[in-house]
Write a protein that binds this ligand. Sequence first.
Ligand code: HEC
Length: 134
Amino acid sequence: MIKRIAWTGLVLLSASATAADTPAGFMARYAQRAGVAVTTLSPSRGEALYRSEHPGRNGTAQSCAGCHTANPKQAGQTRVGKRIEPLAPAANPERFTDAAKVEKWFRRNCMDVLQRECSAQEKGDFISWLNQIK
Ligand code: HEC
C-alpha cells in the first residue's frame, strides 16, 4: 500500500517535471522568477541579447551568435570547430526540454559572453524570441 502511494507520487512528480520542461514552461518559470507576467517577455530584447557583441576576456568581440550563428535555425560551431545543433526549437525540438541542460548552458555561456550570469528576465526574453521563430 505505502509502496503503491510512493510510486504514484513518483509518477506524478516526474510527469509534472516533464510537462514544465518545454519552451513555454521555461518562459513561465523565468517570468515568475523575474516577477513579471509571461506576456511581457520581449522577443526583441531576447534577439538583442543574442546578437549584441561584448568584449571577451582576450579582447575579441563575443556574442551568442558567434557560436550559434546569425540564424539560430542553423547549426553552429564552438571555437574549436565542434558542431552545435540549432538553438531554435523550430529547427531542433530537443531545445528547452531539459532543465539541467538549460541552466548549465545559460550559466556557462552568459559567463563566457557577458562575464556574468543572465538574469531570469533575460533568459525569459531569450527563449520568447527563439520560440516564436517559425
Ligand atoms: C563558445 C560558444 C558559445 C557561445 C558564445 C554561446 N553558446 Fe550557447 N551553447 C554552446 C554549446 C557548445 C552548447 C551545448 C551544446 C548543444 O546543446 O548543442 C550551447 C547550448 C546553449 C543552450 C542550451 C539550450 C538547450 O535547451 O539545449 C542555451 C540556453 C544557450 N546555449 C544559450 C546561449 C546564450 C544566451 C548565449 C549568449 C549569451 C550563448 N549560448 C553563447 C556554445 C556557445
